[in-house]
Design a binder for this molecule. Structure first.
Ligand code: SF4
Length: 125
């Protein structure tokens, strides 16, 4: 290897190494999480504007409005909880404030309780 090709090879390797952190970050985002999400979940505040708009509660039993308690996609009201919802990211499930929780795709991937519910509940596809 002559000096010129050595320098070219060194520059190519250095350039490729510079992109590694970007590639790692992109992969992390693609998985819908990141180091913060993996380290611990933080339950969404039911007073959060998005949560409120969807009538979200950490506990299914706290939904007392009878007009919301309807069958959806053939699933009885009593069987509708976040853990059985299409938008609950089960693969990222963990603990948050002592509750089993996971990110909700409809709530910007903020964590919701497995026992929770909101008016956008949808049967798993
Ligand atoms: S969309 Fe599904 S997982 Fe998300 S808060 Fe509503 S019921 Fe829970």
């Amino acid at each position: 290897m002559n000096r010129r090709s050595f320098i070219q090879t060194a520059l190519t390797i250095t350039g490729a190494l510079a992109f590694l952190p970007l590639i790692a970050k992109s992969e992390e985002r693609r998985r819908g999480g990141g180091a913060a999400a993996a380290a611990g979940l933080v339950l969404i505040d039911p007073k959060d504007s998005q949560a409120k708009a969807l009538n979200y509660a950490h506990e299914h039993k706290d939904i007392t409005d009878k007009t919301l308690q309807s069958e959806r996609s053939g699933v009885k009201w009593t069987d509708q909880k976040c853990q059985g919802c299409n938008f609950y990211v089960k693969e990222k499930e963990g603990k948050a404030s002592g509750k089993t929780a996971a990110p909700c795709q409809l709530l910007a991937n903020k964590a919701v309780a497995a026992t929770g519910w909101c008016s956008s509940w949808a049967k798993k596809a």
